[in-house]
Design a protein around this ligand. Sequence first.
Ligand SMILES: *[C@@H]1O[C@H](CO)[C@@H](O)[C@H](O)[C@H]1NC(C)=O
Ligand SMILES: *[C@@H]1O[C@H](CO)[C@@H](O)[C@H](O)[C@H]1NC(C)=O
Ligand SMILES: *[C@@H]1O[C@H](CO)[C@@H](O)[C@H](O)[C@H]1NC(C)=O
Ligand SMILES: *[C@@H]1O[C@H](CO)[C@@H](O)[C@H](O)[C@H]1NC(C)=O
Ligand SMILES: *[C@@H]1O[C@H](CO)[C@@H](O)[C@H](O)[C@H]1NC(C)=O
Ligand SMILES: *[C@@H]1O[C@H](CO)[C@@H](O)[C@H](O)[C@H]1NC(C)=O
Ligand SMILES: *[C@@H]1O[C@H](CO)[C@@H](O)[C@H](O)[C@H]1NC(C)=O
Ligand SMILES: *[C@@H]1O[C@H](CO)[C@@H](O)[C@H](O)[C@H]1NC(C)=O
Ligand SMILES: *[C@@H]1O[C@H](CO)[C@@H](O)[C@H](O)[C@H]1NC(C)=O
Ligand SMILES: *[C@@H]1O[C@H](CO)[C@@H](O)[C@H](O)[C@H]1NC(C)=O
Ligand SMILES: *[C@@H]1O[C@H](CO)[C@@H](O)[C@H](O)[C@H]1NC(C)=O
Ligand SMILES: *[C@@H]1O[C@H](CO)[C@@H](O)[C@H](O)[C@H]1NC(C)=O
Length: 401
Amino acid sequence: MAFTVNTAQLLLLLLHFVSGFIIDGDKYKRQVSLELNPGLNSSITPPPGVSLLHVRAVGANDTLHFLFCSLGAPTLLMVHTNTSSSSVKVDWRRFLSGSPPSSLQVEPESSILYSSALIFTQLWEYDDANNTANPQTLPPSSFLPPYELQNFTWGDLNLTADSARLCGGDGSPSFSNGSFCLEITAFGSGGRDHGWPRLLHNANSSQLRVWLDGVTARSNHSRFSLELQTVGSSDLPSRVEVLRSIDDEYTPSIFQVHQWVASPFNTTSPVLGYTQWKPVAYRIANPSLEEATPCRHSSPVPLPELPPSGLVRAYFGDGYQASGLNVSFGIAGDPFYNTTDYLSWTMLVGLGTPPVDSFSPLVIVIMAVGLGTPLILILLGGVYVCIRKRRTEPLAYEPIN
Ligand SMILES: *[C@@H]1O[C@H](CO)[C@@H](O)[C@H](O)[C@H]1NC(C)=O
Ligand SMILES: *[C@@H]1O[C@H](CO)[C@@H](O)[C@H](O)[C@H]1NC(C)=O
Ligand SMILES: *[C@@H]1O[C@H](CO)[C@@H](O)[C@H](O)[C@H]1NC(C)=O
Ligand SMILES: *[C@@H]1O[C@H](CO)[C@@H](O)[C@H](O)[C@H]1NC(C)=O
Ligand SMILES: *[C@@H]1O[C@H](CO)[C@@H](O)[C@H](O)[C@H]1NC(C)=O
Ligand SMILES: *[C@@H]1O[C@H](CO)[C@@H](O)[C@H](O)[C@H]1NC(C)=O
Ligand SMILES: *[C@@H]1O[C@H](CO)[C@@H](O)[C@H](O)[C@H]1NC(C)=O
Ligand SMILES: *[C@@H]1O[C@H](CO)[C@@H](O)[C@H](O)[C@H]1NC(C)=O
Ligand SMILES: *[C@@H]1O[C@H](CO)[C@@H](O)[C@H](O)[C@H]1NC(C)=O
Ligand SMILES: *[C@@H]1O[C@H](CO)[C@@H](O)[C@H](O)[C@H]1NC(C)=O
Ligand SMILES: *[C@@H]1O[C@H](CO)[C@@H](O)[C@H](O)[C@H]1NC(C)=O
Ligand SMILES: *[C@@H]1O[C@H](CO)[C@@H](O)[C@H](O)[C@H]1NC(C)=O
């Protein structure tokens, strides 16, 4: 009898364990609104290709502001305040003429808890004649002059209800039929993007996708890498963590999540902000397994200068330190860029603890069936044995002739 009780308890435990994964604790919601060029009135006209997107994500007692701007190198600035009524104030005349410090502010200043910026500075192209796909070991002669994103000419921001897209080029023949694009998507609650790599997001994050479409390669074996920089509210050391991901259903064949995190002291102290990605890029616009290509990153290094970003100059001013890394697309033996003339990579930028993949429902069902079936069989077997025993008991006392 004790045996069957234990089995029932085990089953209950298993159910509890499984439902804990299905009913995830992520309930935090925000009211999200997008606004183009906050506070700009008709007395000032920004130069063509310069636009400022403000994503306001209001929580219970806090606000998360995302600002995305193409003045200088494309930049995403994230500011977290401890009130639901903080606002963004832009002195447009000063912001557009050199962006001196405090020409863009989040008010009240005393409500600011955390701010950090992610800046896209340079796109590198290299001739990978030996097919090693490792730009860090290549001689400088393999590199073509980098595309300086600060010098790009950008089109207008294409706004939808929850996303904005920015495309541009440097005006050279390579870009005559192509463009470099960035798309930011804001989220008011937790979930998962519908396109691969199907990153998990929450209400404290925004997704950024960058892609290169139709740009003509300048060498016979071109591969690309992208330089990213961050600037944060205090000079926090930053590191890239590599986590194992058990989830194969949403991003097939990719078993890692990489996150570039800012945390004040050491690996045990809480993460304040992050940029998270799966080490995969896609060579076509509608991602498929065949056209997936791994990516690699260099270790983050402190940089001597702040990036050429209008938002960084206007919001942070001097006295801050930038840190940068390169993400390179492709590994040895993978097809070169010219096979599809397309490359797309997605990342998540957010506040606090980065989202962690849990088992997908399919895996849970498989686990439940795999673990549950034997348990149920054992249980039924136990019950059957008991019943058999009871039934056969009277027989046991029958006198033997
Ligand atoms: C989002 O941030 C808020 C405020 O810091 C916090 O209370 C909440 O737990 C966070 N939610 C998630 C899913 O990280
Ligand atoms: C535009 O805004 C500035 C201050 O931001 C103000 O001084 C000016 O009067 C405004 N002009 C119009 C036409 O509203
Ligand atoms: C928000 O602040 C109010 C008043 O300060 C407090 O009563 C409420 O519990 C807070 N809500 C949350 C979710 O922290
Ligand atoms: C927000 O933070 C500031 C500075 O830390 C503090 O003075 C202020 O009281 C806080 N406001 C709320 C509503 O918690
Ligand atoms: C390619 O490999 C050859 C032979 O190993 C070597 O001599 C050459 O320097 C390499 N070229 C590049 C660009 O790395
Ligand atoms: C990019 O712009 C900067 C500043 O305007 C300038 O100094 C630099 O020479 C430009 N680079 C290229 C490759 O045009
Ligand atoms: C904006 O994006 C939508 C959807 O992709 C597209 O149909 C539309 O043509 C774009 N508008 C501009 C001005 O590029
Ligand atoms: C761009 O496309 C046009 C028309 O398809 C073609 O004639 C031209 O050669 C292309 N330019 C480049 C740099 O590929
Ligand atoms: C890509 O470039 C290589 C080297 O020049 C060439 O052999 C190959 O045919 C090109 N592929 C395409 C699709 O143009
Ligand atoms: C690229 O390949 C073509 C044909 O294979 C060759 O004529 C050309 O010199 C190569 N270009 C470079 C920069 O190596
Ligand atoms: C990490 O930082 C926390 C918080 O400051 C501190 O309590 C802890 O001792 C530190 N751990 C190590 C290994 O330095
Ligand atoms: C990125 O790669 C380029 C080319 O190798 C290099 O010059 C640059 O310093 C790298 N940037 C960082 C932040 O490592």
